[in-house]
Ligand binder design. Structure first.
Ligand code: CUA
Length: 227
């Protein structure tokens, strides 16, 4: 989960977030190489005495410094497109979770079951309880089975919100009057935190998302006992 002074991405808990991290590292390496090369060339410009009064054009160097950046961009664009289409791929989901953004809380519906719906408000922080995560914990957590394809439907009831869970690589806007779809696959048990990431009003910071990922037999037990 996100903690203080964490500059990197959170560890992934889903195959898609893993792919996003791979792409980030790949692109960052290319970016660092470009920065070093251009920085070296610019510093060199200041500290040399080369003068050429008759220089008007240079076909060969212009060809080189056009083609090399083109190839570099292709090396970024192709994996980027692959990732873009991969993130939208949804095959045969086991269950569907519908999350609705409100000012300022989320409400959830398990549309495959009758009357499984609840509101999820942020908990008041309690210093004496060590299991309480300040500004991230909620009264009703989302329970989801691990190692299963899950469809997420996202919408909002008032203004635009955004359903964002970094460890699972999900960030999808919740628009009133629109239904957005995304998918999720959690590959380990645990709790995963998210926050609204669309500026939606005064209490925007206080509508966290908390997913509790558990084995499927426990999930079935939970859904059976849901009252
Ligand atoms: Cu809801 Cu920001």
């Amino acid at each position: 989960m996100a903690t203080w002074s964490n500059l990197n991405l959170q560890n992934s808990a889903s195959p898609l977030m893993e792919q996003i991290i791979f792409f980030h590292d790949h692109t960052l390496i290319i970016l660092i190489m470009i920065t070093i090369l251009v920085g070296y060339l610019m510093i060199n410009l200041f500290f040399n005495k080369y003068i050429n009064r008759f220089l008007l054009e240079g076909q060969m160097i212009e060809l080189i410094w056009t083609i090399i950046p083109t190839i570099t961009l292709i090396f970024i664009a192709l994996p980027s497109l692959r990732l873009l289409y991969l993130l939208d791929e949804l095959n045969n989901p086991l269950i569907t979770l519908k999350s609705i953004g409100h000012q300022w809380y989320w409400s959830y519906e398990y549309s495959d079951f009758n009357n499984v719906e609840f509101d999820s408000y942020m908990n008041q922080y309690d210093k004496s309880n060590l299991n309480n995560f300040r500004l991230l914990d909620v009264d009703n957590r989302i329970i989801l089975p691990m190692n299963n394809q899950i469809r997420i439907m996202v919408t909002a009831a008032d203004v635009i919100h955004s359903w964002t869970v970094p460890a699972l690589g999900i960030k999808i806007d919740a628009n009133p009057g629109r239904l957005n779809q995304t998918n999720l696959f959690i590959n380990r048990p645990g709790i995963f935190f998210g926050q609204c990431s669309e500026i939606c009003g005064a209490n925007h910071s206080f509508m966290p998302i908390l997913i509790e990922s558990i084995p499927i037999k426990n999930f079935i037990e939970w859904i059976n006992n849901y009252s």
